[in-house]
Design a protein around this ligand. Sequence first.
Ligand SMILES: [Zn+2]
Length: 234
Amino acid sequence: MRPLYLEDSYLKEFDATVAKADGKFIILDNTAFYPNGGGQPNDTGVIKRGDGAEFRVVFAIKKDGNVSHEVDSEGLGEGDRVHCVIDWPRRYALMRMHTAAHILSAIMNRETGALITGNQLGERESRIDFSLETLDRKKIAGYVRKANDAVAAAIDVKHYYMATEEAMKIEGVVKLAKALPPSVNELHIMEIAGIDRQADGGTHVANTKEVGIIELLKIENKGKNNRRIYYALK
Ligand SMILES: [Zn+2]
């Protein structure tokens, strides 16, 4: 099933039915709550039942192909009709951070050949790890300027599904091919024309200009070839 957060990353509220309830762990028939993964933290928010009872979503993670929502109290049961609301300022901040990470990573890779080895997004501060032999702080500041040029160019961020077989033929689109379960027959693709295109299950803004301004906070040496940059958005 295509999750709602990938169908429309701007969906803030939705109706659902509880498909399974195991104490505080809830599975809905479909969800717009993004599950923790890929460096992007899970969404938080609230699940409201028709009788007015409210359950706060404190954590969400993928489990056996579904999103398991952890709520703050027990009481939801299978078949309950619910209305769900995502904590939008948090999600939107993470969408901006996530899109910025794509632009920064793509430019760094293009300019230096650096491989991105990890990233962790936060609402206020995010970081990207990459492997690069020499650390030239001036050059890195230059890459951030180039990333900001791409942001200011107001490029649409496109999303679409592609057959896995087709996607595998495009160089660089599937970076984690070996990690894909064999049952996956279509992939969600994120594309920023001229910058980056890859199979990606996260949430992004619709246009690069929504990112704002990327501010380089600090650069760290994490040992031989391992570098880490921290950034914020203005
Ligand atoms: Zn992404």
